[in-house]
Ligand binder design. Structure first.
Ligand code: DGJ
Length: 743
């Protein structure tokens, strides 16, 4: 990896084995973008990539020429108000009412490694050799506001991270009304736009459409990254697919309101903007103060969508997630939520725990309902003291009993929320987010605590830390079950109300930071009514996320498949739950529920005491299987083989780092009669190695070379007409099989 700088023409070339990113100081002093893509040779001069031509109706920068207009120039951080008419990266409302800025190059720094971003989650390095960072310092000569653009190129992979910092060196306060993390101008629009959309219980379905002139965008204005859209966008060439072709993925390391947008102009160039949503946002920048944007991560791949995903997986698993659990196999857990909801006693919980322990489960998680007067959704949130009616010996007593069984103990919190019917609300009614004089809407009868206020975060920290010190707690599920409405903080003046959404998320991050620092051995799993905050921001603190409240195996195929475009298998909370399923009422076979849940952190969300003896045996075998293969599944390379969208069969696989072992999940939604013969082409194997194949624990005869399995394919045809071969299981609806390959 290298960052070249040519002082003669002020050109910067950031490159590693996979990518080149080239930019230059333009004749007007601003920064122009020349190239982003596959690695190209370094030269001293790339100025031919800057095209300045006369176009009617454009406005020109220089008095003596009509050739130079920012309208046609690809920029590093676009500005509106002079000659560029596209949506800008930054907008600053100044004392005189003007919003025009002119950021010109002043100086730069090149450093080894990657600096942390103050108060914000971000990717990191563990040694200075892992990356190089360029800080470009620009300044507006009129306002004396300094803009620092940060670029980090990693030594491996097509990865470039970006963010921006604005510092007011002027004499007057200004209002920042837009500050994007990433602005990327591309020379053409020959791309398809891939976004990940959904709703509660059907998060992150991939949606593909061609880019057209005009705006294509997804966003969240809900105060969290949301079930509805994800802060992640992909541009792919029309011919690119899972295994080949050019793809650019852009991901925002942030958990609040965001905007991800592509604007194709009339000359068919494309501007990507990604960052905090400008709607409703403003930030008062007083003299001397700075504002740091969240980080955006760009991944360029010439190995298609699969190549892009695996780069994100490695980066987010190894250099975004942190701490004790980052590289550790995740405990197989049982969560009581779908088994009991609010209806439990200590004895009931212990029965569940004992039965789970008998099957080989390692961690018992007590979900909602253990605190305050919380016997339904309407009360108790905010009162983080155990309910003595349910837990006579408190959380410490329950944890002691659970750990005596040989299980670890985990606990649910929803730290950011309060019910009106709670002691916390009665003591501090002014601690909720609501607008004076306006009706306050609720979500699930709960209100959002004003985490922009340090004293609120301090209070919640003290309550949580007290419990964590008193009881033997190994895991926290951190839930968040509503969007933010009537956003306003009673603690901030009128001209700072545009800061509340962002300050709220900074408060969430600060609580996570304090808790993870004080209790480094606790495994955090984030959750927001399932996958409403499945984003890289939270993965920095919590290495796993409850992927969705929908635990049905067929639904989960789609959700986990879509989630895998950006997020690693180790981050996806996935459980086997009871049938009929509580979300869709579907009855799927136990083996398929496990075969889907294996491709995540794995656990159970049911009462094992209600299983038949045969089912208990099957669960024991499932847990033994997962214990054997979870390192490979959670930390190996993940390949999507067949999409569950619009098809009857789906498949994916994980391959160990040395490519000697692989686990393949194959799924068929509906059975049929006399079905076509079927095979799947595997990926990621060593073409030279001979593999043995186990199909649902039974060895298939023969050996198969990696190249055979990748090019001729793995035969998955079965009887399908109710006439299985000797030893073959008859097919059924919602069927699935696991294949293990061993070199
Ligand atoms: C929503 C979560 O997604 C569920 O798993 C469960 O924890 C409930 N909240 C509890 O209220």
């Amino acid at each position: 990896m290298h960052i070249y700088y040519n002082p003669g023409n002020h050109t910067f070339h950031l490159c590693n084995r996979d990518i080149s990113y080239i930019m230059t100081v333009l004749p007007n002093g601003q920064m122009g973008q020349l190239y982003f893509g596959r690695r190209i040779h370094h030269k001293d001069d790339f100025s031919y990539l800057l095209e300045t031509r006369l176009r009617p109706m454009s406005a020109s920068v220089f008095d003596d020429s009509s050739l130079f207009s920012m309208e046609h120039i690809r920029q590093e951080y676009g500005l509106y108000g002079t000659t560029d008419f596209r949506h800008p990266a930054v907008e600053i409302l100044q004392e005189n009412g003007s919003r025009i800025s002119d950021f010109v190059y002043r100086e730069h720094e090149i450093a080894d490694g990657k600096p942390p971003l103050d108060g914000l989650p971000a990717t990191y390095t563990e040694s200075p050799q892992e990356a190089k960072t360029l800080l470009l310092h620009l300044e507006d000569p009129l306002t004396h506001i300094r803009l620092t653009l940060l670029y980090t190129i990693f030594a491996w992979g097509g990865i470039l991270t970006r963010s921006a910092r604005l510092t007011n060196h002027g004499a007057h306060s200004v209002q920042l009304t837009r500050a994007m993390s990433l602005c990327l101008d591309l020379p053409d629009c020959d791309w398809e736009w891939l976004q990940f959309s959904g709703a509660w219980s059907r998060e992150r379905y991939p949606k593909l459409r061609p880019l057209e002139q005009g705006i294509t965008a997804v966003d969240s204005l809900r105060g969290h990254s949301s079930h509805h859209q994800n802060p992640f966008l992909v541009l792919k060439r029309h011919t690119a697919d899972e295994t080949q072709g050019e793809v650019i993925g852009c991901s925002l390391v942030y958990s609040g309101n965001f905007l991800a947008q592509a604007q194709v102009d009339t000359y068919d160039t494309t501007r990507i903007l990604l960052g905090i949503h400008p709607a409703g946002f403003s930030w008062k920048l007083e003299p001397g103060a700075s504002f740091q944007t969240p980080e955006a991560v760009m991944v360029h791949s010439v190995c298609g969508l699969g190549g892009m995903s695996r780069t994100f997986h490695t980066l987010y698993r190894e250099r975004l997630a942190r701490g004790f659990w980052r590289d550790r196999e995740r405990p197989i857990l049982i969560n009581n939520w779908e088994a009991t909801y609010f209806d439990f006693t200590q004895d009931r919980l212990l029965d569940i725990a004992k039965a789970a322990k008998d099957c080989g489960v390692e961690l018992f998680v007590l979900d909602d309902g253990w605190f305050g007067k919380r016997d339904n959704e309407r009360r108790g949130l905010g009162d983080w003291t155990p309910n003595p009616q349910r837990l006579a010996q408190g959380i410490a007593g329950l944890a002691e009993r659970i750990t005596a069984l040989g299980l670890r103990f985990g606990l649910w919190f929803e730290p950011e929320m309060v019910n009106r019917d709670s002691d916390l609300f009665r003591a501090h009614p002014d601690w909720v987010i609501e607008t004076p004089g306006r009706h306050s809407s609720h979500g699930r009868f709960q209100y959002v605590l004003d985490f922009s206020r340090a004293e609120v975060v301090d209070h919640i920290y003290d309550r949580m830390a007290k419990l964590l010190r008193e009881a033997d707690i190994s895991y926290i599920k951190w839930d968040m079950n509503r969007s933010i409405t009537e956003c306003y903080s009673g603690a901030l003046p009128a001209d700072r109300q545009g800061e509340v959404f962002h300050r709220y998320i900074l408060g969430v991050y600060s609580l996570y930071e304090r808790l993870t620092a004080a209790f480094p051995h606790i495994l955090f799993e984030s959750c927001a009514s399932g996958g409403g905050r499945f984003d890289p921001g939270l993965l920095y603190y919590a290495p796993q996320t409850w992927t969705s409240d929908d635990s049905d195996a067929v639904e989960r195929l789609k959700i986990q498949y879509g989630t895998s475009f950006c997020y690693p298998v180790s981050s996806m909370g996935s459980h086997v739950s009871v049938v009929p399923n509580h979300q869709v009422n579907r009855i799927t076979p136990l083996h398929t529920r496990a075969n889907v849940a294996y491709f995540g952190t794995f656990g159970y969300e049911l009462d094992p005491g209600s299983l038949t003896d045969e089912e208990k045996c099957a669960v024991k075998e499932q847990i033994a299987f997962m214990k054997q293969y979870r390192r490979l599944i959670q930390f190996g390379d993940f390949y999507r083989l067949a999409s569950p969208f619009g098809r009857n069969t789906a498949a994916w696989m994980c391959v160990s780092g040395d490519r000697r072992t692989a686990v393949i999940g194959w799924y068929r939604i509906l059975n049929g009669t006399n079905l076509p013969f079927e095979r799947i082409r595997l990926q990621g194997l060593d073409p030279e190695l001979p593999y043995e194949i186990w199909e649902d624990n039974t060895r298939r005869g023969g050996i198969y070379y990696g190249d055979e399995l990748m090019h001729a394919g793995l035969i998955t045809s079965d009887a399908s007409a109710g006439q299985p071969l000797p030893g073959e299981r008859p097919g059924c609806d919602f069927d699935s099989r696991i294949f293990v390959l061993q070199a």
